[in-house]
Design a protein around this ligand. Structure first.
Ligand code: 1HE
Length: 291
């Protein structure tokens, strides 16, 4: 493994983490982009990559408010590096799976929201890492599969916890038992991706969404990424209580107060749907038609 010391951010803003050659980081203002950069192996995730992912997400500097995760080459990620698999015994296999859990926990419950940009193969561990992200943008070349079944193994990167929440246990069983794959449109329909875009447009869309997320109040982003999933898994009584607590914390934040004030003083944007462009009724046209 060749270590690269990558200081993301021109000002040396505190982002200072060693990344393996299989990962590249870029800074776009308050958004960081982490690229799986091993296209010659279709971005298969080997041990250095897992540890690099953990280090990157653990070390996100304060100035970065959202991260985009994408892949170089024709595929997002072909999953676990199968070349490493045969060398492990049971105990090493458990430790390996736990290392993925640790790394992906830093994505799912890390400092900032993460937008995944998916294209080409999003398979096995590639789908598992995508599931650990908060928002998924898919280019229409993306396809999803869990080939673990046919390789004689099982998911080990948290997929059996996260994917049933995303697509349901029954669909995951089908994917693993029969090798079924879903294309990008199907993936959008069953809830894998939130956004579907044309080939080559994913990264721009991912960065645009990340910029919007970065503009939210930090407490809201924390509540949405850390508290909401816990509430969704708790019993309703605990959920209501936790909701009351976190909503009180969020609204007491100075950031919330100034945003509410801005709206009341008509300095903040209104909530509009993209197709609901309010035009004055075309009265003249209607009158003309009647005469
Ligand atoms: C790899 C890997 C990999 C490619 N580990 N080396 N994942 C899989 O079962 C998916 C395996 N990969 C594929 O099915 C295909 O490679 C792809 C459909 C993703 C891409 O096909 P293609 O034609 O573009 O590339 P390729 O010719 O198959 O692969 C190019 C090289 O990448 C080749 O190596 P080379 O030395 O011969 O050039 C491949 O061997 C290598 N390569 N994918 C290692 N995955 C925590 S548990 C998670 C469990 C899993 O993720 S299981 C699912 C594993």
């Amino acid at each position: 493994m060749r270590d690269l010391r990558i200081a993301v951010g021109k000002s040396g803003s505190g982002f200072d983490v060693r990344l393996p050659r299989s990962l590249k980081a870029e800074r776009h203002g308050d958004v960081a982009v982490l690229l799986l950069a091993r296209p010659e192996k279709r971005n298969a995730i080997d041990d250095p990559t897992v540890f690099g992912i953990e280090a990157f997400f653990a070390g996100v500097p304060d100035g970065v408010k959202a991260v985009v995760l994408a892949g170089e080459g024709d595929h997002f990620c072909s999953g676990l590096d199968l070349g490493e698999l045969s060398a492990r015994d049971v105990a090493q296999g458990i430790a390996h799976s736990r290392s993925w859990h640790r790394a992906f926990e830093h994505i799912e419950f890390g400092k900032v929201p993460v937008v995944a940009v998916l294209h080409g193969a999003v398979v096995g561990g590639g789908l598992e890492i995508a599931a650990a992200c908060h928002i998924r943008v898919a280019e229409d070349t993306a396809y999803y599969a869990l080939p673990e079944g046919s390789r004689g193994i099982f998911v080990g990167g948290g997929g059996s916890v996260r994917l049933p929440r995303l697509i349901g246990t029954s669909r995951m069983m089908d994917m693993m038992l029969t090798g079924r794959s879903y294309d990008a449109e199907e993936g959008q329909a069953i809830g894998i991706s939130h956004y579907l875009v044309a080939p080559g447009e994913g990264l721009a869309k991912g960065i645009e969404l990340a910029k919007r997320i970065a503009g939210n109040a930090p407490t809201t982003n924390f509540a949405v990424t850390h508290v909401l999933p816990r509430i969704a898994q708790s019993d309703p009584a605990a959920g209501y209580l936790t909701e009351a607590l976190i909503s009180a914390i969020a609204q007491a934040d100075e950031e919330a107060k100034s945003r509410l004030k801005a709206f009341l003083e008509k300095r903040a944007p209104k909530v509009v749907h993209r197709s609901a462009v309010h035009r004055k009724p075309a009265r003249n046209k209607t009158l003309r038609n009647k005469t």
